[in-house]
Design a protein around this ligand. Structure first.
Ligand code: PMP
Length: 453
């Protein structure tokens, strides 16, 4: 039997032992390996305070009651709960999803809801239905790493739009669209996380919401509103969703991962009628139907348990942890850092003093038994070296304080190093695009994360 012809790698090329290397689809080029996988294996050790992962605090759920509820569900309706279902998702759950969305001002028909395997699958479905290779997606800078991964897998180009403490800057959005127009291009999607953004922890201000929608509408750009944290605000009522303001040109992603359970993997897309049909065809091709058992658990939970009270329990827990994070940062960090002040959700976005690099600092942090996610993970273009994300959703307040204390020590040590040896100290981070890489058509190397996102 003849051996397949093998090509010798060119000068400078990495030598791979993967025999399938030349057979992969072009889209796998966007699926880059984790540069920090090894670090996270270490970071998940119990002695490390992890401020890295975005795991909701599921221990706060009434687990015994949920156990009984699930047993009862199997007892009463096991044969259908353990059966295949329909691609669009269980009709009763889709009605209940409309009640959940009504809390943020959305009026919708269950007919226009497609249940997904978490909102992550919703991101993938929307990408499959709308994005061709080379299409442009506008996204906040920084943005959710899981969405960047999905857009990369669709071979789309992400252009970041600047944010400030009030969320996406309308002027920056206008400018980004004008820049694209001057290149004869436009964007297909504007991907936004308007509430308690991942990773920046900021919320799109009320007065900006209609402005952003108007800009997108007049440029013919579809808005993709990703809203897993909208009901996890700490003060007062949630702002009206973008989708509540118009049903024209907005696709909405929702999820039960943060308000109930990420393990059940139940989310949804709300889309205009015609789009909904395409999404159902795409989901059927991908997964046949979302898991019926998970859907029926969520549906029964919503019908029989005080789920809005449970959301209040989560709000209080995360509020206390946010406070613990901010006061520890205030009290323990050396001068020169700044951070956002989230009014809900899971994340604080920290900016380091000049000369510090969050990615280079990470091994030292893990050595000092504290983990965070470097900012570079949240940009498609190699930016974010001087930022990092802290998640306060999982560790209790005293652990958060200890984690911040350790991190403050690491920052101080780095500042001392930079003071002695200068900012670069001969160390080039691997995430920064190599000079001329874009001209050579090479994608920027972007870390893929293996922590909960
Ligand atoms: N969007 C955002 C902004 C997220 O933070 C996450 C999870 N961290 C997701 C989508 C995906 O969530 P899930 O698939 O669990 O619904």
């Amino acid at each position: 039997m003849s051996q397949p012809e093998r090509h010798l790698p060119g000068p400078g090329a990495a030598i791979s032992t993967d025999l399938y290397l030349d057979r992969y689809a072009a889209r796998t080029a966007g699926m880059t390996a984790s540069e920090i996988r090894a670090l996270f294996a270490v970071a998940s050790r119990p002695e490390v305070v992890s401020l890295a992962g975005g795991s909701p605090f599921t221990a706060a759920l009434p687990l015994d009651t949920i156990g009984d509820m699930i047993a009862q569900l199997v007892h009463d309706r096991g044969a259908t709960a353990l059966q295949y279902g329909i691609g669009q998702g269980e009709p009763l759950l889709r009605e209940q999803i409309c009640d959940v969305m009504a809390l943020e001002g959305i009026t919708a028909s269950p007919e226009d809801v497609v249940v997904t395997v978490g909102s992550q699958q919703g991101l993938d479905l929307v990408s499959r239905v709308f994005l061709d290779p080379g299409d442009i997606v506008l996204a906040e800078g920084p943005s959710y790493v899981g969405a960047l991964g999905t857009f990369a897998a669709a071979q789309a180009e992400v252009v970041h739009v600047a944010m400030d403490d009030a969320g996406l800057q309308p002027e920056a959005l206008r400018q980004a669209l004008a820049d694209l127009a001057s290149r004869g291009r436009t964007a297909k999607l504007l991907y936004l996380i308007p509430n308690h953004q991942n990773p920046a922890g900021v919320t799109l201000a009320e007065e900006r919401r209609d402005v952003v929608l108007d800009i997108a509408r007049s440029a013919g750009v579809i808005v993709l509103e990703d809203n897993p944290y909208g009901l996890l605000g700490f003060d007062g009522e949630p702002l009206r969703a973008l989708r509540a303001r118009t049903d024209d040109g907005v696709l909405y992603l929702g999820s039960f991962s943060k308000t109930f359970s990420p393990g059940l993997r139940v989310g949804w897309v709300l889309a205009p009628h015609g789009v909904r049909e395409k999404l159902v065809l795409a989901t059927e091709a991908q997964i046949l139907c979302p898991p019926v058992f998970s859907q029926q658990i969520v549906s029964t939970y919503l019908a029989t348990q005080p789920w809005q009270e449970q959301i209040k329990v989560f709000q209080e827990i995360y509020h206390e942890r946010r406070d613990a994070t901010l006061s520890a940062l205030e009290q323990l960090m050396p001068p020169g850092l700044s951070w956002t002040h989230p009014t809900g959700g899971f994340y604080v976005w920290v900016t380091l003093p000049d000369g510090l690099d969050s990615k280079l600092m990470q091994p030292r942090a893990v050595h000092e038994r504290v983990a965070y996610v470097p900012g570079t993970g949240f940009y498609a273009d190699g930016a974010g070296r001087s930022q990092l994300r802290l998640s306060y959703c999982f560790p209790p307040p005293e652990r958060i304080r200890e984690g911040v204390r350790r991190l403050a020590g690491v920052v101080e040590a780095e500042l001392e190093l930079v003071g002695v040896f200068g900012a670069e100290s001969g160390r080039q981070p691997r995430s920064v695009p190599r000079p001329g890489a874009e001209d050579r058509g090479e994608p920027p190397t972007r870390p893929r994360l293996v922590v909960p996102l």
